[in-house]
Design a protein around this ligand. Structure first.
Ligand code: HAS
Ligand code: CU
Length: 551
């Protein structure tokens, strides 16, 4: 076996996950294209299609399906690579988990296509979908848990055989992400099983709307870190290897992931700052905790700059910024991810604005938020995943990422960056001027009183141009994926695309960083602190009965 190769038997499940991810990606980006045109008043949908249906499909397929399937593919490949081949049980459970996740996804998609679930990707009450939509969601979560727990099983075997050792950084980070995901899902599982399913099947007459929203956001915020942390894994563990360097600090890297377990969950109220029924004290407390969860991202930014600077200087870079020129810009595996990081600087800064209690009033429910998540999940995360795809698929299929494919890949990331820059800038500015999100109605552009929506960037046309470039870029990516999967020439020993894992010196890393009991315990304490009283109040003071909205 070549170094950097993954056991042949473990490749298939990762490839199946990738196949699902990229199918969802293509349909999801097409839905995005339709949306920008509808909002631009340039497109009228046929009667059987509806704006909110497409918006739901777009959000679910990209933010949930593409990300989750990709993440599990990356985890399965990376865990097999760093901890050794899966045992037969682990392999079997990975397949079962994949199958259940896929089944749940198909059920959800069928309900959305049937027009029975136009409830947006956040699906909280009072919007109501068909009961089977929620059954699909439940299956989806169960499937991810099965895949997650089977990876935890693989890790547990490794630890038993390596008593007293810290696990490889990749595995540590994957386990931290799975822990975060499982704790986060408790909220969505609770609302889906105990609120939505009984309500949607008509077993109960009403639903506690505020409770459903709070349980959703208990899940919804850490969900964004479930997307972000695999990207951070690429930044910490893969990128240094690609540029020929090392992990800057093993302990700092592990610390940042531990901090995510602690602080990413008890902060959901920062999505509900404008909602009645939660007193300002609890909103404020969760705002403070939100500011705590910024710290591990700042640690990450610091570590990345350090990795780049150290490597650039090793290669002979002089002066304050001379090292920047020494980085391997011609290697798309690096450049794609570097651009992804750069997008996260305004993306993260926007998040800090959103989280600032009073400033949230200005941006909440406007297109600004849509701009925000396209330069967080839509670029830093998504484009990191693209950067991984360029070598991960060849690694799994044994084909070559040829020079001409690399050229196409550059074109793909360039178009994605330009499209996103145009679209998200327009969205941020339009949002500041008051353009609402989640609405098909945008007659503003033709309203004299609101002529300011006609600016060069503050314009729904700019947004649509950006969206169109993005769709072309997405189609190009899927073309590259197909090439790498089935058509590119087969690699030999020399040209085999290895799975890059950087060296990380853990000799000085405190052992307690891998004592999960401590971190899970503190995480639950913080959750109890931030949520017990406000949730009890929401339950006690719920208004009698509740209406429902179906589209
Ligand atoms: Fe957010 C809404 C606050 C991060 C995603 N967010 C959303 C929604 C999504 C989302 C999807 O407080 C919409 C939900 C909906 O549909 O309603 N967000 C934050 C905060 C952070 C944050 C404080 N969000 C993310 C990430 C996401 C994401 C990550 C996806 C992956 N967000 C909010 C709030 C709302 C919100 C409110 C609700 C708004 C409302 O009212 O509805 C923080 O985690 C951000 C910290 C990040 C940083 C950046 C560090 C920079 C790094 C890059 C280094 C670069 C290098 C390259 C090394 C402080 C690590 C150098 C390159 C050069 C060129 C120099
Ligand atoms: Cu959030």
């Amino acid at each position: 076996m070549n170094p950097g190769e993954i056991a042949v038997k473990d490749r298939k499940v990762a490839l199946f996950n990738l196949g699902f991810a990229y199918s969802a990606f293509l349909i999801g980006t097409l839905c995005g294209l339709l949306q920008v045109f509808i909002r631009n008043d340039a497109l009228n949908l046929p009667a059987w299609l509806d704006y909110y249906q497409i918006l739901t499909a777009h959000g679910l397929l990209l933010a949930i399906v593409f990300t989750t399937f990709f993440i599990f593919a990356f985890f399965q490949a990376g865990m097999s690579r760093t901890l050794g081949a899966f045992g037969p049980k682990v392999r079997l459970w990975n397949w079962i988990g994949f199958a259940v996740t896929a089944l749940g996804t198909l059920l959800v998609v069928v309900m959305v296509v049937a027009g029975q679930a136009s409830v947006l990707y956040t699906f909280y009450a009072p919007l109501q979908a068909h009961g089977l939509f929620y059954v699909g969601l439940a299956l989806f979560v169960i499937g991810t848990w099965i895949q997650g727990f089977s990876l935890v099983g693989h890790y547990a075997v490794w630890r038993r055989n390596h008593k007293g050792e810290l696990s490889p950084l990749f595995a540590f980070m994957a386990i931290a992400t799975i822990i975060l995901w499982v704790i986060a899902c408790l909220g969505v599982v609770a609302t889906v099983l105990f609120q939505f399913i009984p309500w949607a099947f008509g077993w109960t007459s009403g639903i506690n709307v505020e409770l459903s929203r709070s349980l959703f956001w208990y899940f919804g915020h850490p969900l964004v870190y479930f997307w972000l942390l695999p990207a951070y894994m690429a930044w910490y563990v893969i990128v240094p290897k690609i540029i020929g360097g090392r992990v800057f600090s093993d302990s700092l890297a592990r610390l940042s992931f531990v901090l995510f377990i602690l602080f990413s969950i008890p902060v959901g109220f920062h999505h509900q700052l404008t909602e009645p029924g939660i007193s300002s004290f609890w909103k404020f407390l969760q705002t403070v905790l939100t500011f705590m969860v910024i710290i591990p991202s700042l640690i990450t930014a610091f570590s990345m700059f350090a990795t780049f600077e150290i490597r650039g200087r090793e290669l002979g870079g002089r002066g304050l910024f001379g090292w920047v020129r020494k980085l391997p810009w011609r290697d798309v595996r690096f450049t794609s991810i570097f651009i992804a990081m750069a997008f996260f600087i305004p993306g993260g800064a926007g998040g800090i604005i959103n989280a600032s209690f009073q400033m949230n009033e200005v941006i909440h429910n406007t297109l600004w938020v849509v701009g925000h998540f396209h330069i967080t999940v839509g670029t830093p995360v998504a484009m990191t995943f693209f950067g991984l795809t360029f070598w991960l698929i060849p690694n799994l299929t044994g084909r070559r990422f040829t020079k001409s494919l690399q050229k196409l890949a550059f074109l793909q990331i360039a178009t994605w960056s330009i499209g996103m820059l145009l679209m998200s800038t327009a969205q941020h500015l339009l949002g500041l001027l008051g353009a609402p999100r989640r609405t098909a109605y945008t007659g503003y552009a033709h309203d004299d009183a609101l002529a300011w929506f006609d600016g060069l960037l503050t314009n729904h046309v700019t947004m649509a141009v950006g969206g169109s470039i993005l769709f072309l870029s997405a189609a190009l990516l899927v073309f590259i994926v197909i090439q790498l999967w089935w058509l590119a020439p087969k690699a030999d020993e020399q040209t085999y695309e290895a799975f890059p894992i950087a060296e990380s010196d853990s000799s000085m890393t405190p052992r307690f960083l891998e004592n999960w009991k401590i971190w899970i315990g503190i995480a639950f304490l913080l959750i109890a602190l931030a949520y017990t009283i406000p949730l009890a109040e929401i339950i006690q003071h719920a208004p009698p009965g509740s209406g429902r909205f179906q589209t």
